[in-house]
Design a protein around this ligand. Structure first.
Ligand SMILES: *[C@@H]1O[C@H](CO)[C@@H](O)[C@H](O)[C@H]1NC(C)=O
Ligand SMILES: *[C@@H]1O[C@H](CO)[C@@H](O)[C@H](O)[C@H]1NC(C)=O
Length: 185
């Protein structure tokens, strides 16, 4: 039984992947999506991520929008001995909830599903020539992700062709929570 599962799952996944256009939350409302999110889980087929995923901790994301409607993402990652900060800007597209990277790095970001007040599932595509990959993130407003949201996340994960082996459920830590951008929480 256990031996059969992977091949069945793989066959199913390759079917699902054919022509799979990644959906975006209908009627996406950027104003409601803004604010602080915790990254509760990530699934990706990026080789670098797969190597380090077991040591990863929950990071904190602050989303805001420019007057033009572009998405500004401020990230704080708890590392070994410090809180690493990044800022990424994504340009809006003609579709609400769909953004593209601004630099030479080709990146595509879609908010697949969100209820704004408790969870969101965000899909990212990196079309780099060296190693194209995709990633799915489960964002939650609370530091604890309920099993219900994790289940939604895993369903979407399978629907975009990512597998359980590529998933990291990020352990809750108290690290870096005080160290927010601008101190607005
Ligand atoms: C895209 O992937 C490439 C190769 O793995 C990496 O060098 C680059 O930093 C990635 N870009 C982004 C925006 O993550
Ligand atoms: C990751 O998945 C994407 C989309 O399915 C695929 O194009 C890419 O080649 C995969 N990358 C790796 C490193 O497996």
């Amino acid at each position: 039984m256990m031996m059969m599962l992977p091949s069945v799952a793989l066959a199913l996944l390759s079917l699902l992947q054919v022509g799979a256009e990644v959906p975006v939350q209908q009627g996406f409302d950027s104003e409601k999506f803004a604010g602080i999110w915790y990254v509760a889980a990530i699934a990706s087929n990026c080789s670098v991520f797969l190597k380090m995923k077991d040591g990863m901790k929950a990071s904190i994301i602050t989303i805001s929008f420019t007057p033009e409607g572009d998405l500004d993402m401020k990230l704080i990652l708890p590392m070994e001995d410090k809180c690493q900060k990044y800022e990424l800007l994504f340009q809006r597209t003609g579709h609400a909830g769909h953004y593209v990277g601004t630099s030479e790095e080709v990146r595509d970001l879609r908010v697949m599903e969100t209820d704004y007040s408790s969870y969101a599932v965000v899909h990212e595509l990196n079309h780099s020539k060296e190693e194209p990959h995709r990633a799915l993130q489960l964002l939650t407003r609370e530091q604890d992700a309920s099993p219900q949201f994790l289940q939604k996340f895993e369903e979407l994960m399978l629907s975009v062709g990512l597998t359980k082996e590529m998933e990291a459920i990020l352990p809750k830590t108290g690290e870096c929570w005080e160290d927010t951008w601008g101190g607005t929480r």
